[in-house]
Design a protein around this ligand. Structure first.
Ligand code: GLN
Length: 281
């Protein structure tokens, strides 16, 4: 069987299983299993696939047909152009979260040019994608990150190592590990799905992202309420708080943060034009 034939079959199989990006996923899995770069697979399309590659590919394809996320099959993903390992103990990094990182980078740039050395704290860090990207692309005096899940932190630490950055990771609930400490920038992508909406999510999200990374309580706002109550103790004068939000939460979260004493609250849209990030200053 040739690579081309194998890919065609795989694409049909994934389409029938309801996978959205069937062709791309089939190609990415095959190039990983065959140890070829995704571009190189096109160079070998008419060639015969070695038997062991066919077997390994079929096994991986079974998982994708059962709607296991591509990133968990490959064991990694790309966020902000950087590689992050994932194993199901953390929320898989989403492209929309890059908007939050870009916004934090702009704040960093502005203040760095003014000669300030800034510290940053990322809570609910999960894979560490926000903290690692900031540490990689900015020059901060200190980058700290926390998560309630020790299992998530194992990979977050690995991701810091892979991307050659220094981050102080602490395990604990929201700000608990950072008692008495203040930062210039605080970021968070907390769980924000309404408990009652979780069953209706895509299989890949519902069955494979940890529930504790998704569930924001009855109205989805539990973590924003807690952050609003505690953030003032951890943000330096003139600091910025950046939060990822659900697309219908801008109004509620803005109100919570105004109530917490932030004068300026901005809403930023994601790649799909939906409200996705709140910046509070
Ligand atoms: N953006 C994720 C989703 O829609 C949820 C992330 C979160 O709760 N922080 O699946």
């Amino acid at each position: 069987m040739t690579y081309e034939e194998l890919l065609k079959d795989a694409r049909t199989r994934l389409e029938q299983a309801g996978v959205e990006s069937a062709a791309t996923d089939a190609m990415l899995i095959l190039s990983r299993v065959a140890k070829l770069g995704s571009a190189n697979i096109y160079a070998v399309l008419p060639e015969q696939v070695p038997g062991d590659v066919v077997n390994k590919f079929r096994k991986a394809l079974d998982l994708r047909a059962a709607r296991k996320p591509l990133q968990l099959i490959l064991g990694d993903t790309v966020f902000m152009g950087l590689r992050f390992v994932v194993d199901g103990n953390e929320l898989i990094p989403r492209p929309d979260t890059e908007i939050l990182v870009q916004e934090a980078m702009e704040i960093w740039h502005r203040r760095d040019e003014a000669g300030e050395a800034l510290s940053v704290l990322d809570i609910c860090t999960g894979s560490g994608c926000i903290a690692v990207s900031l540490a990689r692309y900015g020059r901060f005096s200190r980058v700290s990150a926390g998560d309630i899940s020790e299992k998530a932190l194992v990979n977050a630490r690995m991701n810091a190592k892979i991307n050659k950055v220094n981050i102080d990771f602490e395990c604990g609930d929201l700000f608990a590990p950072f008692a008495g400490e203040k930062f210039d920038i605080i970021t968070a992508n907390p769980p924000y799905i309404r408990s009652g909406d979780i069953d209706g999510l895509q299989t890949e999200v519902r069955d494979y992202d940890p529930r504790e990374a998704l569930d924001g309580g009855e109205d989805g706002l539990d973590f924003y309420r807690r952050i609003a109550g505690e953030v003032r103790d951890h943000l330096r004068e003139g600091g910025s708080l950046l939060l990822e939000i659900g697309s219908e939460q801008a109004e509620d979260v803005s109100a919570l943060m105004s109530g917490a004493g932030f004068d300026k609250v901005r809403v930023i849209k994601d790649y799909a034009g939906l409200d996705r990030v709140i910046v509070c200053e």
